[in-house]
Write a protein that binds this ligand. Structure first.
Ligand code: GLC
Length: 556
């Protein structure tokens, strides 16, 4: 791949902001757009040598549309407006403008598998069986015994069907019963959604992250899903093969249509939350047979991997094998739905040293081939909040009151960004405000201001890593090639272009021999970044790796 011909989103680092807890400008305890604007310089102030700014290229905002916030924005009640919690359309336009001035692209979340049950479409659709929008959602008559129409479940547990008195029918919801799935087979629904997408593209947004983009389409005959062999709990979503309500062939057609629409505009991108539950089926299918679907289907592999070199390497190799020519994988470690990686990985036996894990994980994420996504706070080493009292819980969507089923709360990974050691970690520009979720107790130490001052902090490592990446053609677009066949405690791989070779060495444990075979003969290396060696120094290929060493070397 040639750097000049590469699209911006193939060489970008995208930073996910969870707007409710990133920065609160108006002092009501909830994050907002003006708060994000005030913190933009931290993300990228436009100065490539900045001492205080991370240097990311794009932000993805979790949903900011009008919403009753049952699923904290992933339940939209008006797609064309901004939720007053976050501000106004004018604030959004200002954010877009301010971000663009700094060279930051803006990606919105597009939640179009379902709406809120408070969206006008659903209010109308549920009012009778013969209103003009009666077919805009997935309505079915009760089974002959009055029960649910089929065995489809909600991702959050229990049946996915909820009865509606007015229509005397059930509607299907992949997620919470407040989030009815729209009927993508209805051309009017499609037209309304496509029109809304144009509305935001015309405002100048640079792209969308398509929420739940593998479940849009459902079987038109509403056939039962088969249960997995040996599974007994019929209420557990993971116990079914989702043959009839996930990854259907026509889902690809919908994404293709969205892509065509996007392509009418210059240089816009679509990312997609392509969750799959079958190891034989990979999210790479969402690039489309002719690279005509998603630009960046999410790669869930790191999020579900244990912290073991061989496992991670297998996942990288798999993606290298499967990703079509000209396309890039889209890796992430954390997002708003899963525990933060330092909380996940600190459990394992190789993980005695959290700072080392954070630096090693950052290095893998930012030096494998592809477009990395960062989740706010991971760059300072934020971990999950483990003691959120029940009365302060905010993740209400995960419970299904009809069945009593629920999945674990996601609140722990969504706590306020830790900016400094002032009250509430500087999350709110207001005084004495109770934030949306409690601040993690470790904020006196783990906060941006403090970590900027510590030379060897995770934050300063991320900053340097981002800069090294930005200045390296090989790290942005080079080929990936491992130098260890089946690693046990360390990784060693190359990123290469015609002009540049960069070697990445990551030791997950105590001192050991590098142990490469003779395939690598290059004599001298320049240290681009290391937690154990001096930057800029020219060295021989090291024979031994120091404990928890992370080094990025360029063929000199
Ligand atoms: C996606 C979002 C998640 C949300 C769900 C329903 O998985 O990432 O937060 O609850 O969709 O919209």
């Amino acid at each position: 791949m040639n750097l000049k011909k590469t699209k911006w989103w193939q060489k970008s680092v995208i930073y996910q902001i969870y707007p409710l807890t990133f920065a609160d400008a108006n002092g009501d305890g909830k994050g907002d757009l003006k708060g994000i604007i005030r913190r933009l310089d931290y993300l990228n102030d436009g100065n490539p040598n900045s001492q205080t700014s991370l240097g990311i290229d794009a932000i993805w905002l979790s949903p900011i549309n009008q919403s009753p916030m049952i699923d904290n924005g992933y339940d939209v009640s008006d797609y064309r407006d901004i939720c007053p919690t976050f501000g106004t359309l004018a604030d959004f336009e200002k954010l877009l403008n301010e971000a663009h001035q700094r060279g930051i692209k803006v990606i919105m979340d597009l939640v179009i598998n379902h709406t809120s049950n408070q969206h006008n479409w659903f209010i109308e659709s549920s009012s009778s069986r013969d209103n003009p929008k009666s077919d805009w959602y997935l309505w079915q008559d009760p089974a002959p015994d009055g029960g649910v129409p089929n065995n489809w479940l909600s991702y959050f547990g229990g049946s996915g069907w909820t009865f509606n008195q007015q229509r005397g029918q059930y509607y299907y919801h992949t997620f919470n019963y407040n989030q009815p799935d729209v009927n993508w087979r209805n051309p009017d629904v499609k037209a309304a959604i496509y029109d809304m997408i144009r509305f935001w593209l015309n405002k100048g947004v640079d792209g969308f992250r398509l929420d739940a983009s593998s479940v849009y389409s459902k079987d038109q005959y509403f056939r039962d899903n088969p249960m997995k062999f040996g599974a007994t709990d019929k209420n557990d979503y993971n116990n079914q093969h989702h043959l009839y309500n996930k990854n259907l062939p026509d889902n690809h057609q919908i994404i293709k249509e969205i892509r065509q629409l996007i392509d009418e505009y210059d240089d816009r991108v679509i990312l997609g939350e392509t969750f799959i539950d079958n190891r034989l089926y990979d999210s790479v299918v969402f690039y489309g047979v002719n690279n005509d679907e998603l630009h960046l289907p999410f790669t869930f592999e790191f999020a579900f991997s244990p912290w073991y070199p061989a496992y991670l390497q297998q996942e990288i190799e798999k993606k290298e094998l499967l990703t079509p020519a000209g396309a890039s994988p889209t890796y992430f470690l954390d997002n708003h739905d899963i525990p933060r990686h330092l909380s996940r990985w600190i459990e394992c036996s190789l993980c005695t040293n959290p700072k080392a894990i954070a630096k090693a994980a950052a290095t893998i994420l930012l030096t494998v081939r592809g477009t990395p996504l960062l989740y706010y706070g991971q760059e300072i080493g934020m971990v999950n909040h483990l003691n959120i009292p029940p009365e302060k819980a905010r993740d209400k969507a995960v419970a299904n009151p009809q069945s009593g089923e629920s999945v674990p709360s996601r609140d722990g990974a969504r706590t306020p960004m830790q900016w400094d050691d002032s009250a509430q970690a500087g999350f709110s520009f207001g005084k004495n405000v109770e934030p949306w979720l409690p601040v993690n107790e470790n904020y006196l130490d783990v906060n941006v201001e403090n970590k900027l001052k510590q030379d060897d902090s995770i934050l300063n490592f991320y900053k340097s890593l981002l800069r090294v990446r930005k200045n390296s053609e090989a790290l942005q677009v080079g080929r990936w090639r491992t130098l260890i066949y089946y690693p046990y405690e360390h990784l060693a791989y190359l990123r290469e272009t015609e002009h540049e070779s960069v070697l990445i060495l990551i030791n997950f444990s105590y001192e050991k021999d590098l142990g490469l075979d003779e395939s690598i003969e290059i004599p001298m290396w320049e240290v681009l970044l290391s937690n154990k060696r001096k930057t800029g120094k020219i060295i021989d290929l090291p024979e031994k790796l120091q404990p928890f060493e992370v080094s990025i070397l360029r063929k000199s």
